[in-house]
Ligand binder design. Structure first.
Ligand SMILES: [Mg+2]
Length: 251
């Protein structure tokens, strides 16, 4: 429940930003709450996404008949150059996305406990709640049900709905907004990956970085790790943040 504040310039020219306490972040302008799924609605420490990550590697290894190390390198190259591993497969090889989506999301959800605090946090948010994920709707539905929070969400905007144009491609955000009538000035995006917040911020949405220690959260390969200028708020844990913020119902 912190807010980033500008504190001056660093010696290297990059803006220096520090975290100042912000015990009641103001979200009174928000009526549309957009949430990323993986590593945002559940903690990265659950290692659930690590399962997906490992299955992406296994899929590539099998598909190309290469070692795990070679598959891993390919996976990271696709992520860097195409936004997601899947988009590398589609763009470079014309690959059918459906077998890939089914395979990588076939994971053990038992590591995710029900999350009553998150349920309570979501309950106090007035307006619509949407999921915005580079994964599949089926994966989102399973995770939301497992967490016990599926009742809160009106829609899932998945990688198919985006026309297989993933975050952080600006066209994906525009498509989300058009399909669901999202008014950016009244909407917020919660995300664990900073670079995925940039287009939302550019379009006028409020942004919340749900921070964790995983490497991919701090930086995309094409996004400088220190550039937090696109982050309006930082949440070290989502549930306490949702329980602390001020909504239109609090005024
Ligand atoms: Mg995520």
């Amino acid at each position: 429940m912190d807010r980033l504040v500008q504190t001056g310039e660093r010696g290297d020219g990059a803006p220096a930003r520090q975290i100042a306490p912000d015990f009641t972040p103001d979200f009174t302008h928000v009526d549309t709450w957009v949430f990323d799924l993986d590593n945002t609605l559940y903690p990265a420490s659950s290692n659930l996404f690590a399962q997906i990550d490992a299955r992406m590697t296994a899929y590539l290894s099998s598909m190309f008949g290469v070692s795990a190390d070679e598959a891993r390198k390919l996976q990271k190259d696709y992520y860097r150059d195409h936004g997601t591993t899947l988009n590398g497969l589609i763009n470079v090889h014309g690959h059918d996305p459906e077998p890939y989506l089914a395979y990588v999301h076939d994971i053990d959800l038992s590591v995710l406990p029900h999350d009553p605090a998150l349920d309570a946090g979501l309950s106090r948010l007035p307006g619509r709640k949407l999921i915005y994920t580079n994964g599949s709707t089926e994966h989102a539905a399973r995770v939301l049900a497992h967490l016990g929070i599926d009742r809160h969400f009106d829609e899932v905007f998945d990688i198919r709905a985006s026309g297989f144009t993933p975050k952080p491609n600006l066209a994906s955000y525009k498509r989300l907004m058009a399909q669901h009538g999202v008014v950016p000035g009244r909407a917020v995006l919660f995300e664990d990956i900073v670079r995925n917040l940039a287009p939302a911020r550019a379009l006028g949405m409020t942004t919340v970085w749900v921070r964790n220690d995983s490497q991919w959260s701090k930086q995309g390969p094409t996004y400088p790790a220190h550039d937090l200028s696109v982050v309006d708020h930082v949440a070290d844990a989502l549930s306490p943040f949702l329980l602390s913020l001020k909504t239109s119902l609090d005024v």
